[in-house]
Write a protein that binds this ligand. Structure first.
Ligand SMILES: [Zn+2]
Ligand SMILES: [Zn+2]
Length: 264
């Protein structure tokens, strides 16, 4: 007997899968590769990441990296572009995109934090035109499902992507376990939904680590993808060991004993 899956299920799933793909490339390319240089991608993989992010998010990579680096430079103090300590949890959770855009359009932020990321011909022709990318992404849904259902798929993708990205900034600096000094927290459930990004206390303690899980009980499936791509020769990892920041090392104390000796 052939079971027919209702179209609404297929369309919602397409939206969720697209969201997860965009989140995966956000953490692998925008975050771990571009912002922190924890990973170096081969040009082909970097270009594919840029192209998929263009049609699924419309984000300009150098703007994302600049805003994120400013967040690390001013974490939860004046100057942080999206701190729930300064702005309140709900503002960051529901209005993260507005806070992001304000910082991304600040020329000083770009000049200071992304001067190493050069604008190339592909940016000029394609990737700097975010709405063109998003329009193309919508056309892919349209070709697959028709224009009405494409709106549903795009809506599911956009809302879930925005809320989950916002949750990394909002929940990741408000709720959960602190493994290190500072406000950032670890939330394994959020890490499951965001390819490891929910292990945010770990990340702030060791921003150049390509792997966000530090103990056997933590799971970072973004790292599994990195290991797989590394095996294929598509990328390199800057260092396998976890180099904690001075602030994180100073505050280890009793927390250190809870951590597994095997950090890689
Ligand atoms: Zn953070
Ligand atoms: Zn970071």
């Amino acid at each position: 007997m052939v079971t027919v899956v209702p179209k609404v299920v297929v369309v919602v799933l397409a939206g969720l899968v697209t969201c997860q793909l965009a989140l995966l490339l956000t953490t692998l390319y925008l975050h771990r590769t571009l912002s922190h240089r924890a990973v170096t991608m081969r040009p082909g993989l970097a270009f594919a990441s840029r192209a998929v992010l263009w049609v699924s998010t419309g984000i300009r990579p150098r703007e994302w990296a600049a805003v994120h680096r400013r967040h690390h430079a001013y974490t939860d103090v004046l100057g942080d572009p999206h701190s729930p300590v300064l702005e309140g949890y709900w503002k960051v959770q529901l209005y993260n995109i507005g806070l992001y855009k304000k910082a991304a359009h600040d020329a000083e932020t770009l000049r200071k934090y992304s001067r190493d990321i050069k604008v190339d011909k592909w940016d000029k022709v394609l990737f700097d035109h975010g709405f063109v990318g998003l329009g193309l992404g919508y056309c892919i849904f349209w070709a697959l499902f028709g224009w009405r259902w494409a709106l549903v798929a795009a809506g599911v993708h956009v809302v879930s992507y925005l809320l989950l990205n916002a949750a990394i900034n909002a929940i990741g600096h408000r709720f959960g376990k602190k493994a290190y000094p500072g406000v950032a927290t670890n939330n394994q459930w959020l890490a499951f939904l965001t390819w490891g990004e929910g292990l945010h206390s770990n990340h702030h303690a060791a921003p150049t680590a390509a792997k966000f899980s530090f103990t056997a009980s933590q799971f970072d499936h973004g790292w599994l993808v990195i290991k797989f791509f590394k095996k294929l020769g598509w990328l390199q990892v800057r260092h396998e060991a976890v180099h904690l920041t001075a602030a994180a090392q100073e505050g280890l104390g009793p927390l250190q004993q809870e951590r597994e000796p095997e950090l890689v």
